[in-house]
Design a protein around this ligand. Structure first.
Ligand SMILES: Nc1ncnc2c1ncn2[C@@H]1O[C@H](COP(=O)(O)OP(=O)(O)OP(=O)(O)O)[C@@H](O)[C@H]1O
Length: 229
């Protein structure tokens, strides 16, 4: 389990996070929702120990996160970090050399799943295929937790559907996933838990299935209530 406990973060004089707490379980997809600039990426960076927080703590399976936590957790950013002149195959080789947890069989499966060609250069990929390569490089790591920053941002409906299919496949099964988005409609049915953020705090944390069953509400219904209140 990832436990985010009362984290606060200032950039200069701007208080971006003002006591954020939530949990994300293994085997579940947790979605952080909030408008641009609310601090979603800052939270993911804090979980990865890439951004130090001013106060509060983050636990990964009961242990404080450190830079060494990458053995258990990976962060898939919203932009590709590989050198543009590399081919997909070279990017995969790089990951294999760098990470002990690289799983070549899963990488090969993902190539087929996304219908990507290994010999294609990163620089020549469409936006949708860039997002898929980014996901492939992260998902091929054998880690328990995966953080994804805006995996659906700015890509066409077919690529979005293909990426959404990954969420229901065995490629994700059993792992804990945290994703950020401000566009919920495509993925509402895939999400287990929702964390609604605004002005540096969590406005509401809920299980989407429970809310659907007990109150007959969709995630969007709850968002309307909470954000308009
Ligand atoms: N390194 C930094 N230095 C100064 N300010 C920063 C830094 N990183 C983020 N911020 C500010 O913190 C706030 C939150 O940024 P963050 O990227 O976490 O938001 P976000 O919710 O992920 O936004 P988006 O949906 O646009 O990706 C923004 O006002 C941003 O300008």
């Amino acid at each position: 389990m990832i436990e985010v406990r009362d984290i606060k973060k200032k950039f200069g004089r701007k208080q971006v996070l003002n006591g954020v707490s939530f949990t994300a379980n293994k085997g579940e997809i947790t979605c952080l929702i909030g408008i641009n600039g609310v601090g979603k990426t800052t939270i993911l960076n804090a979980i990865m120990a890439l951004t130090p927080v001013n106060s509060g703590e983050i636990l990964l399976d009961g242990q404080k996160v450190t830079k060494q936590s990458f053995e258990k957790i990976t962060f898939i950013p919203d932009a590709i970090t590989m050198i543009p002149q590399m081919t997909i195959a070279e990017a995969m080789e790089f990951m294999d050399d760098y990470y002990d947890s690289w799983n070549q069989d899963r990488a090969t499966e993902l190539l087929g799943f996304f219908k990507l060609k290994q010999e294609e250069k990163i620089a020549s990929l469409s936006k949708g295929n860039t997002a898929k390569v980014n996901l492939l490089l992260g998902l091929a790591l054998d880690v328990d937790y995966i953080l994804m920053d805006e995996p659906f941002s700015g890509i066409d409906i077919f690529s979005r559907e293909q990426i959404a299919d990954v969420f229901t496949s065995h490629l994700i099964e059993g792992r804990g996933v945290i994703i950020t988005t401000h566009e919920i409609s495509d993925i509402e049915h895939l999400i287990d838990k929702v964390v609604l953020l605004d002005e540096g705090i969590v406005l509401k944390e809920f299980n989407s299935e429970e809310v659907r069953e007990s109150e007959g509400k969709s995630v969007v219904d709850v968002m309307r209530e909470v954000y308009k209140a």
